[in-house]
Design a binder for this molecule. Structure first.
Ligand code: PGA
Length: 252
């Protein structure tokens, strides 16, 4: 089963609209025509429309970094899946560890958000990953099993192939200390196994991205692992050439 790699750049809380436009122009200039790798940018909400317009027709996706499960309502500071679509987004990150830690994002909330994203026509990227403490305690597999099973618990089996999972060990995010390819592959293998329990052979179609200090220098080795189907890139996605280098590694 060949899965088209996805390289997504998570900008977190970086870039104004002007800076986002400059990035989009740079990315467009450097884009090849092969299309064997899907690229997506996850700008802050305020820049989604700017990036989506600047990249229209390029094949590059624009994803939100979060959204609420409800269609609308009294949720000050939140935005809905439909609002993301309205701004030009085609996907959404859900359950990033920074949101789990800083904003009390729970597996229960994610169980509602993933189907809500699908219903709105967005590609959900469910982020999972263990802390250093959990890894040292030997509970990594249990943590990943719980996050995957609960996060996907309300997704109809027929829709699971549209979901993307991102494995991001918390200890590797923003630390410069990426997981080794062997450690990452082991975790991706566990996640694939869990997905097989949920949907049998459809699990072979589900893309599992690795995230955590991915950069041009380590991308090729990580992405050559059999169950690593792309990358969720933070710091190294803020520069178009660096993101393109990672996408090139995913293509090779
Ligand atoms: P990083 O971030 O590449 O800067 O480690 C990854 C992420 O948080 O998605």
């Amino acid at each position: 089963m060949s899965r088209r790699p996805l390289v997504a750049g998570n900008w977190k809380m970086f870039k104004t609209r002007g800076e986002s436009l400059a990035f989009a122009d740079g990315l467009r200039r450097g884009l090849g025509s092969s299309g064997s790798v899907e690229i997506a940018i996850c700008p802050p909400f305020t820049a989604i429309d700017v990036v989506a317009s600047a990249l229209a027709g390029s094949g590059v996706g624009v994803f939100g970094q979060n959204a609420h499960a409800d269609e609308n309502g009294a949720h000050t500071g939140e935005i809905s899946m439909a609002m993301l679509v309205d701004a030009g987004a085609t996907g959404v990150l859900l359950g990033h560890s920074e949101r789990r830690a800083d904003d009390n994002e729970t597996d229960q909330a994610l169980a509602r958000k993933v189907p809500a994203a699908l219903a709105a026509g967005l590609t959900p990227v469910l982020c999972v990953g263990e802390s250093e403490f959990e890894r040292d305690a030997g509970t990594t597999k249990a943590v990943l099993d719980r996050q995957v099973l609960e996060g996907l618990s309300a997704v109809p089996v027929a829709d699971l192939s549209k979901v993307v999972v991102a494995y991001e060990p918390i200890w590797a995010i923003g630390t410069g200390k990426s997981a080794t390819p062997a450690i990452a592959q082991e975790a991706h293998g566990w996640i694939r196994e869990q997905l097989r329990e949920l949907c049998g052979d459809t699990a072979e179609q589900i893309r599992i991205l690795y995230g955590g200090s991915v950069k041009p220098e380590n991308a090729a080795e990580l992405l050559s692992q059999p169950d690593i189907d792309g990358a969720l890139v933070g710091g190294a996605s803020l520069d178009p050439d660096s993101l393109l280098a990672i996408a090139a590694a995913a293509a090779s």
